[in-house]
Every structure is written in C-alpha cells, then in structure tokens.
Write a protein that binds this ligand. Sequence first.
Ligand code: ZN
Length: 463
Amino acid sequence: MRKLEIRPTIVQRKMTWTGLPRGYSNRLLAVLFPSPGVWAWKVLVSVLSAVFFLLGASFSEAYSRSEGAKFQRSIIQYHSRLNPDFPKIKRKETKYIIVHTSESGLQGTLRTVSAGKRTHDLGSTAGGHAHYVIARNGYTYQTLDKDLRADHAGKSMWNGETDISSLSIGIELVGYHYTPITKEQYRSVGILIDILKNLYRLKDRDVLTHSQVAYGNPNRWVRDNHRGRKRCASNFDRAKAALGPTWPYDPDVRAGRLTADPMLAAIFYEGRKVAAAAKREDANIISLNNTAWLIAGEDYNSPTTHYKLPNGRIVPGDKIETVICWNRVPPHTEVLLNQEQISGGREAAIQTPIKTITESATAWSYAGRRYNSKTTFYFLPNGLIKAGPTISDWDDLPKLTRLIIGYRGPYPISQSRTAHRIAGANLKDQNTIYFSPPKTLLPGNEVADFTNLPPGTLVFLPH
Ligand SMILES: [Zn+2]
C-alpha cells in the first residue's frame, strides 16, 4: 500500500507570540517596558515570534504536529478499486470540506465510493464518490487523489454557488445519519480536517455537512427548491471533531434561493442540541412527526429504501405508492436505507428470521440498536456463535455472518432433552432456529428429520 503524500503547510498567522494582534502587543509592551529598553525588547519579541512560528503553526490547534504526522502515515491508500470509467478532473479551487455519513458498513462504503453505485433507474455511477473514508474504528482510507474532483455532493448549493463537488473535499464517515459516530471517527476526522484546512487555507466554517449543502427540486413533500434532500451527517457533532461553529444561518435560505428544512435548520442554525435526532430511539421509525421524507430525504422512494411495516412485511420505496400509498404508511414502520434491491424470490428471503450480513446490509440495518442486545445472536462464517453483548460495534462482523434478533437460548439438544421437549408445539415453526455445528443454521420448517439432528445441535426460541 502506498503512503499518503499530503504535506501540511504552515499557516500564516497574523498574530505575535503573545497571541495578540501585532499592533496591540507592541502597544502593550510599550506600556510595560517604556523606553529606552523598548527597542531591545522588540528585537527579542521578533526573534521569539520567529522561533515559535518555525516550531509549528499548529501551536494553538487542537492536534499536535506529531499527531498529524502519525495520522498521515496511518492513512491506508485505497485507489485500486476506483472505477476505470471515473473521469479524473483536477479541481480548480477548494473552498469547502464536506462531511458525509455513508449509510452503510465499511466494505459496502469502500466499494460504492470507489466503484460506483446503482441509481434509481438501475443505471450506475462511475465511482469516485469521496476522497476519504473513515471506518468506525478510526482507520482512514484515501480513495481518491485529493486534488481531483470527487462526485460526492450531487445537487448542491452553498452561498449562491452550485456544484459543490467541484469546490470541495469529500469525507465519508462509515455509519448512518441516525446512529452515533464513534469517538475514534471523531478523532480521525478531526485530525484529517485540521491537515486539510491548513493545506487549503480553510476556516472552520468552511467545513460543512452534505445535508447542509444538498438541495432538491420540488417534490410531493416540498413545493419549492429546498434543503432536506439529504440527511447526510446531520448527526455530525462539530465540537467532537474539535471544530468551531458552522455558519450562523443558511445563506441560500436567507437569500430566498431555497426553502429551509425545519429539522436541518433546527440542528444547524437554531442551536438545538446537535445530533438530537441521532439520539432518538426511533430516529428511523415513521410517526406523525417523522415522515419518510424526514428520514430518507430524496431516497424515500428508492428501491433500496425498505419500509418494514409493523406486521413485518417489507416494501421497497419504489413500490409504496402502488402497494399502500404514501399517506397510508402506518406509524411504527421502520425505514431502512441502502438495502439490497428486492427482486423476485428475494422478498421471501428477507422475511425469514435468519438474516445475512452483506456489503450493503449490516448488523445495524437488521437489528438497529438491538445489535448488541442479549437477545441477538451472531453465527460467524467460521462457525463461532457470538451473543450481542460481546459485539463492540455493529460494523465489526464479517460478511456472510448470519444473525437472529429477539431470541433466547441456546438450548442444547441431548438424549434426555429432545428438540420436541425444548420447542414443544413450535418444533417445526419457521421462527424456531436450529444450529448444528459446524455451520448449519435452519428454521424449524426446513429441518428434514428431527430424530436425526447431529449431536451438539442448539435450539434458539423467540424471546
Ligand atoms: Zn452524503
């Protein structure tokens, strides 16, 4: 793996070593040390200023230079999977750093960011959707040369300028806009932003989230051009990344170019506690106040947005209009973003209690906050079984791990304790789960012969 070549440049600060503007400190010195010694002091101060300047401009920054250098050495170069069709265009200007949440796990994020993603009309994009990806353990991947234009902000506007992708660096945080960002991610994104800010001479307020800059055309939810097309990184807590405040207002809403989105406005410009939405237990559950639009933004009607109805049925976003109608989506429906497209027999597969982790379907997309509950069990591809509480993060599980949610057990089958004694009338129910080492996992309705279950078979019952 190649190592990174970003070199932080020293920031020009119009400050003296005292931290006060130059004129001010000279006046202060004149008061403290009146002539004839002033001249000598001025020389000393100049020398000291120069020394401090050379020692490091990051003197007052949140992260030290050695932390920055160590971080840069740790960046994983991940360019090999970039789609060959991606057009490599040099960015002319860098005015912003845009933070995203990827709405997926690490493997899925790296793949779609590099190789591209399916679009609503079943076409696909040419990849190059971010410059950096930060995993939930803080590991940072560079997916694109930082001087190239990444296709990350889509339809966007800030302060009257559109096409923000051509003016910015894009950083993807692995996770969802309604789940907490980890402290390891905050540390990495904080250091990375610090380095990039110095490199491109940017200020804290030039760091924005995708949800702040994205906008959409009128749709069934909003009449005019509007914010709210993306919810991306609306849970990003700037202070945790050692960043100062964002703009005090949305410049395009103030200028009348766009209609505000009440939820985003509250989070970013009205001082309501940032990430409040992310802390809500039901952030992705439909209610009177929480519409599909507020949860999914423009992806509300995408085939990869799944609506899990209270009765367990899953309807993809593009089918809602015909299957149930938008104004009849029942409260308590769960909205799952970035799911695999359901086609034909896949719908049945999704309904079974045994779920399989893939690049696009994470433990979080199946279990939500229950990913580490004691009623969630994981069956790893190597045959190991893990209970929820032993999992430190929902993105730590390998692809093809299977899981069941809302279960108790395991109950080992023995000569004295048969499957029938454990499961009773539910012996052959699809919700009774049988695990036979090393790797066989079956629902009751698929077990062929209960008298011949291998020794060591474990039974899991719905909680
Ligand atoms: Zn985004």
